[in-house]
Design a protein around this ligand. Structure first.
Ligand code: PLP
Length: 345
């Protein structure tokens, strides 16, 4: 079926055509007592690869094909915390490319097994080293890309097709789904591609529709340097943390900080607690970064700038809970790592 043809809905010729157009869902039980009950989440686990990163996997490959950087039978080499690898691997499987990924050793075994299941070769690298260290997952990926003939290294931290994917898809989808009524947009920040592309789209659409743009709220991890860079313009010292997929120890060029109004930091326990609450009280089984995003969205729902009938808060939920079953969804794991899930009931 041709894209845009008037065939039956939700029928696709290939898997990459099913990327995007994820549902926007209202929270009900978690917001029951709050001043603003209009908190909505975009459920990115509904993408074929189970995360928001399918969008950028596709966009980066389309860009490489158009520029002749990726030719039939070519090899994709990328440093990934898992989800971008899955997005790229899906596109590679559909188009016949080989994938080699480097991944930090703090990532869950499930993510690594999943990458291998979709046909990727995975190199596990130490988490607790500087980005410039030859053993870091960034440097190992760069070296492999230099050494392997025909290799293409997208580098999601600098590739402008990353924010572009969200400018073209995530942002316009949210605008359409909310009919332009959202007042606050909340997203966790890793590469910053999600917040940058979506915010730019929402700002452009608000301007062309003569509406006020929504407030853009970033969520960073305690231990990451992004919030301090945004607020003080200085690069702090990063320390390792457990929640996966967001926060950074360097400033990615895929983030346009000028589009962001405020950044909040959330710690590991907060992310795990609220991801579990989202699963148990709303039936949405999602990753740790979703817990952080939800907590910030619920905090905003109690603020005076979100008071009144018009307020509408939208948060991105980047991925699914499955890769974390042996981590924070496991009570034993939580207890071993210093959290008692009974304290969160
Ligand atoms: C689970 C998860 N949450 C949040 C993010 C952050 O998204 P972005 O890189 O677009 O800032 C990522 C990115 O890898 C992720 O995998």
């Amino acid at each position: 079926m041709d894209p845009g043809s008037s065939g039956p809905p939700n029928v696709y010729d290939d898997v990459v055509s099913a990327i995007g157009n994820t549902p926007l869902i209202r929270l009900n039980r978690l917001t029951a007592e709050l001043q603003t009950s209009s908190v909505w989440v975009k459920l990115e686990r509904c993408n074929p690869g189970g995360s928001i990163k399918d969008r950028i996997g596709l966009q980066m490959v389309l860009d490489a094909e158009a520029k002749g950087l990726l030719k039939p039978g070519g090899v994709i080499v990328e440093a990934t915390s898992g989800n971008t690898g899955i997005g790229l691997a899906i596109v590679a499987a559909q188009r016949g490319y080989r994938c080699i990924f480097t991944i930090p050793d703090k990532m869950s075994d499930e993510k690594i097994s999943l990458l291998r299941a979709i046909g990727a070769e995975v190199h596990v690298c130490p988490t607790a080293v500087e980005k410039e260290n030859p053993l870091s997952y960034y440097e190992v990926a760069a070296r492999l890309a230099r050494e392997i003939p025909g290799a293409w290294y997208p580098d999601q931290y600098s590739h402008q097709a990353n924010p572009l994917a969200h400018l073209l898809s995530t942002g316009p989808e949210i605008w359409e789904q909310t009919e332009g009524r959202l007042t606050h947009f909340v997203a966790t920040m890793g590469t910053g591609g999600t917040i940058t592309g979506t915010a730019r789209a929402l700002r452009n659409l608000a301007e062309s529709n003569s509406r006020n743009p929504p407030m853009i709220v970033g969520v960073d991890a305690v231990g990451s340097i992004l919030k301090q860079w945004f607020e003080e313009g200085t690069v702090g010292v990063a320390h390792t943390y457990q929640v996966e997929g967001f926060g950074e120890d360097f400033i990615p060029t895929t983030t346009d900080f000028s589009l962001i109004d405020e950044i909040h930091q959330v710690d590991d326990g907060t992310c795990f607690r609220w991801a579990r609450a989202l699963a148990k009280r709303e039936g949405m089984f999602c990753g740790g970064s979703c817990g952080g995003a939800i907590k910030v969205a619920l905090d905003i729902a109690e603020r005076s700038d979100a008071a009144g009938e018009a307020a509408m808060i939208v948060a991105i939920l980047p991925d699914a809970g499955n890769p974390y079953l042996s981590k924070f969804y496991d009570d034993e794991w939580l207890l071993e790592n210093g959290w008692d899930p009974k304290d969160w009931e």
